[in-house]
Design a protein around this ligand. Structure first.
Ligand code: S3P
Ligand code: PEP
Length: 443
């Protein structure tokens, strides 16, 4: 059994200052090793996230016969085997903690000639998979889930897939991507329609690898039976990881911080818009485009925050940033209302419940609703100390590590090992921003 890691986070001894860079984007890193693996030729991935989620996906692609080199951390040279070149593995494919890994791979594997079994850790084993098995079955795939639509997933090979015209019942880039990846192997045309647009990395990377993809407002369309050609992939800094230093500087008086080379894909930056509506002073500097993705430096100076009604149109553009937003709301003056975010209940934990319980332990009044919460900000009074259960969810752990900066006493955060899934080195980095955070391991 691996060690359990708890954290002690103390009130910030000083303002958050300086300059920092965050690890590579998790969504882009997953897709880079998957698509490079089924492309023709060699691809070079720069800035690959060395997190447990994305390393699990890279390991699975290797298990399926893709040769991969790591000349140095954050680099992968991927020797693509072509669309039909993967070979089956008798051993289960272990996605670890990663919903993205499991759901996208389900789509990719639905069109193969061999059977596969996708497994995950305890958290992933509780997450709903019918959202991908249903549309994939409509395409002709055979996917067996466990009772209640849970993992492990058994994906049967040798099926003939046909394209579908599909509108997922929830806003989900993972569902869209699973259907599009199966669509590469399908006869005819696959269309995915979205009411609320979600992150578009799969379709953009497919296009960058030479697959004709029609991207229009409201839908994505492609045809099966093409070819991907490998190349260079430059992974931007992960906005979802940048959310934590941004939050720290937003809530600790006197702070001023610059974040270098953060990916600013518009489908990811909802938190930027929402923090600004709350009064945050954030500047976007030195905007540039690298390998088709917008990058910029972000400079944030502390300014008092006020509670707002979070506009529903921002929800899917900040779906992973709600734990951080809840902390900003707790430190603001007035009430913040979140609605339309029921998807938070089926992430690595029930994030509405985990944040409500954790904030209450730090003296904050939070009323939950089925799809959101009302958070009564404590403004200049700040938070109290207390004990938090992260429920093994990386984003809950990191949010409370930052929240402690504004507490009047120590915050003990339980079960933080999962932070390595998306933000390896978080404790050391947080120290550099000016937070006082220590990890202790128990077996
Ligand atoms: O496609 C992706 O890379 C992701 C999509 C989102 O999930 P949903 O598709 O479930 O909204 C997000 O929460 C996850 O962290 C990464
Ligand atoms: C929801 C997340 O990831 P995944 O769905 O890949 O587990 C996340 O990183 O916040």
């Amino acid at each position: 059994m691996s060690a359990r890691v708890d954290w002690i986070a103390r009130p910030a001894p000083r303002a958050v200052q300086g300059e920092t860079a965050v690890p590579g984007d998790k969504s882009v890193s997953h897709r880079a090793v998957m698509l490079a693996g089924i492309a023709e030729g060699v691809s070079h991935v720069h800035g690959f996230l060395e997190g447990e989620d994305t390393r699990a996906t890279a390991r699975i692609m290797q298990q399926l016969g893709v040769r991969m080199e790591t000349p140095e951390p954050g680099q992968r040279i991927v020797h693509g085997v072509g669309l039909r070149g993967l070979r089956g593995s008798d051993a289960p494919l272990d996605c670890g903690n990663a919903g993205t890994g499991m759901r996208l791979l389900a789509g990719l594997l639905a069109g193969q000639a061999f059977d596969s079994t996708l497994v995950g850790d305890a958290s992933l084993s509780r997450r709903p998979m019918r959202r991908v098995s249903d549309p994939l079955q409509q395409m002709g795939a055979t996917i067996e889930t466990q009772e209640g639509g849970l993992p492990p997933l058994i994906v049967r090979g040798g099926r003939t897939l046909h394209g579908i015209d599909y509108q997922p019942p929830m806003a989900s880039a993972q569902v869209k991507s699973a259907v599009l990846l199966a669509g590469l192997y399908a006869e005819g045309e696959t269309v995915v329609r979205e009411v609320h647009p979600t992150r578009d990395y799969t379709e953009r990377m497919l296009a960058a690898f030479g697959w004709p993809v029609e991207m229009a407002p409201g839908y994505v369309r492609l045809r099966g039976g093409g070819m991907l050609v490998g190349g260079e992939v430059v992974v931007p800094g992960d906005f979802s990881s940048a959310a934590f230093p941004l939050l720290a500087a937003a809530i600790v008086p006197g702070s001023q911080l610059r974040l270098r080379a953060v990916g600013l894909n518009p489908r990811r930056t909802g938190l930027l818009a929402v923090l600004r509506l709350m009064g945050a002073d954030i500047r976007v500097l030195d905007t540039r485009e690298v390998a088709g993705e917008a990058l910029a430096d972000l400079e944030i100076r502390h300014a008092p925050l006020r509670g707002i009604d979070v506009p529903v149109e921002h929800v899917s553009d900040m779906i992973d940033e709600f734990p951080a937003l809840f902390v900003a709301a707790a430190c603001a003056e007035g009430v913040t209302r979140v609605r339309g975010a029921a998807e938070l209940r089926v992430k690595e934990s029930d994030r509405i419940d985990a944040m409500a319980r954790g904030l209450r332990a730090l003296g904050v009044t939070v009323d939950e609703t089925p799809d959101g919460a009302d958070i009564v900000g404590r403004g200049t009074a700040g938070l109290t100390g207390g004990q938090i259960d992260s429920h093994g969810d990386h984003r809950i752990a990191m949010s409370f590590a930052v929240a402690a900066a504004r507490a009047t006493g120590d915050v003990r955060i339980l079960d933080c090992a999962a932070v390595d899934t998306s933000f390896p080195g978080f404790v050391t980095q947080a120290g550099r921003w000016g937070l006082d955070l220590r990890a202790s391991e128990t077996r």
